[in-house]
Design a protein around this ligand. Structure first.
Ligand code: TEU
Length: 510
């Protein structure tokens, strides 16, 4: 069985995890010093967000050198030290690769921009005229470059130019990048917006419905499967390599399309992970959809948080500790690969903002200035920016051992925790992860998946999981003999009595 199928990953947002030199930024030395903490928590793997040299226009998703370390985070020696220490603890490390675009400060782009005749001109996408395509951060996706009087394409910020995947020379360069990091011992890659790689090269305008652009011709295009197969085959030449794809879509069939034995192992399902509301019924519907859409060993991912969205303790449970725990229980017991976002284990909430100066994320600041331009006043523009900014989930990690983030970052606040709740959350995650590690259900399919009122249940192997999404006590009838092995509930004659938002596991006899 592949190592990842039963593993739990932990996403670390580089800047905000652990500082070691008092510059206010997380770094590799700091991270290494926290590996015992992660072992204690009980995770199996780490996903590191981009740590490469970068002008930080999009917090590292604008890479200016794919094969080095941003000096703010240390150097290659620190990285190797970290990898060695992780390996010694049996922790696998996957790294984020941004192959769809590079920073305009990358040497390739500098050459490409320098003249129409430059051999690297076609590393990027240049056109005489723009079409109507919009950037995912708003505004046109085309930027005019005075020097050669042409436009280059950027599906995100104008400082993030899209690489031209139709050019074999680009693929050859990327393979060298993959080889470089595989040689450093990484267990796999998280591939950023990987379904954006291919475009319709005739560049037809995208349809616009109700003033909203539909991203039709700028993603999921012909040649994508082949490009992914090429990447995957290259990576897996010598050993198992875990490939996680970020598919910019919330449609399950699109998300499922790119996971297979010859492409990506798993793809993030935002249709579940980033929704604004969850209840027993919607969870039941989505789990069923995943059962229908994912076939032949395709395995879902399970997450409710990342560096791109509001933290779920704020977004989905509005600070209700029991509900947050129930969602953690779902993430760690349902079928799929869980990705815990740093800080979830202590119930870190979203940050709040009172001015745009407190924001750093381009998605928020760009939205602010676009709103002002569209005629909104400052107060309303701030509302828009607060809604859009991903800084809300990027605050420095708060550790509960009395050694919090050393200095805090100059540009971002610390999240404030309620100490008792944070401790309770931590113990919950730790116990749940230990339970998951010990019991044999991680790689099992669902033997049953049902919904009764507000109780979702699934059986995996000899375990029956009951998830109560209601606020009032209920008694759930049980058939046959069963033993409560995780969570709080009371066995009665009539069944099992559960309180608000209880998540429990029973060992059942067939
Ligand atoms: O995110 C891609 C993406 O789809 C996001 O723009 C998403 O739609 C948005 O954040 C929702 O709020 C990836 C990275 O995860 C993100 O951090 C980068 O900004 C982006 O790619 C560009 O590299």
């Amino acid at each position: 069985m592949e190592f990842w199928r039963g593993s739990v990953f932990y996403e670390i947002y580089m800047k905000s995890f652990q500082d070691s030199n008092n510059d206010g930024l997380g770094d590799f030395k700091g991270l290494t010093s926290r590996l015992d903490y992660l072992t204690d928590l009980g995770i199996d793997g780490i996903w590191l967000t981009p740590f490469y040299p970068s002008p930080q226009v999009d917090n590292g998703y604008d890479v200016s050198d794919y094969c080095d370390i941003n000096p703010d985070y240390g150097n290659m020696a620190d990285f190797r030290e970290f990898m060695k220490a992780a390996d010694a603890r049996g922790i696998k490390v996957i790294i984020d690769l941004v192959l769809n675009h590079s920073s305009t400060e990358h040497a390739w782009f500098k050459e490409s921009r320098s003249s129409k005749k430059n051999p690297k001109r076609d590393y990027y996408i240049w056109r005489e005229k723009p079409n109507n395509w919009e950037s995912f951060f708003g505004g046109s996706a085309w930027e005019f470059d005075k020097l050669t009087e042409e436009y280059y394409y950027h599906s995100f910020a104008k400082e993030q130019a899209d690489l031209n995947w139709a050019n074999p020379a680009v693929r050859a360069e990327i393979k060298q990048v993959l080889a470089f990091w595989l040689n450093e011992g990484v267990a796999g890659f998280r591939l950023d917006v990987i379904n954006n790689l291919t475009l319709v090269l005739e560049f037809p305008d995208n349809p616009v419905i109700d003033k909203e652009m539909e991203h039709v011709y700028d993603r999921n295009q012909q040649g994508l499967e082949e490009a992914l197969e090429d990447i995957a085959a290259f990576c897996r030449k010598e050993r198992e390599v875990f490939l996680v794809g970020e598919i910019s879509s919330d449609k399950l069939p699109e998300i499922a399309r790119y996971s297979s034995k010859t492409m990506l192992d798993v793809t993030f399902n935002f249709n579940f992970g980033s929704v604004d509301k969850l209840d027993a019924k919607s969870v039941f519907t989505t789990l069923n959809e995943m059962e229908t859409e994912l076939k032949d060993g395709q395995w879902p991912t399970l997450f409710f948080g990342s560096h791109d969205m509001s933290r779920f303790t704020t977004r989905l449970s509005n600070g209700n500790l029991s509900k947050t725990k129930l969602l953690a229980f779902l993430m760690l017991t349902a079928k799929g690969v869980p990705f815990i976002y740093y800080g979830e284990e202590v119930g870190m909430p979203d940050l709040t903002f009172s001015s745009v100066e407190e924001m750093r994320d381009i998605q928020g600041t760009a939205a602010y200035y676009q709103a002002l331009q569209a005629g909104l006043d400052e107060k309303n523009a701030l509302e828009v920016a607060i809604n859009k900014t991903r800084d809300k989930a990027r605050s420095p990690m708060v550790f509960l051992d009395g050694k919090p983030f050393t200095s805090g970052q100059p540009w971002i606040k610390m999240a404030s925790l309620k100490e008792k709740e944070a401790l309770s959350m931590w113990h919950y995650y730790q116990t749940l992860l230990a339970f998951r590690k010990k019991q044999n259900f991680k790689e099992k399919e669902y033997a049953s998946l049902t919904l009764k009122d507000e109780i979702l249940s699934y059986q995996r192997g000899e375990f029956l999981f009951l998830l109560h999404f209601g606020e009032t006590e209920v008694t759930y009838p049980l058939q046959g003999k069963s033993e409560l092995i995780f969570g709080e509930a009371e066995m009665l004659e009539a069944g099992i009595k559960m309180g608000a938002y209880a998540g429990i596991a029973l060992r059942v006899e067939d």
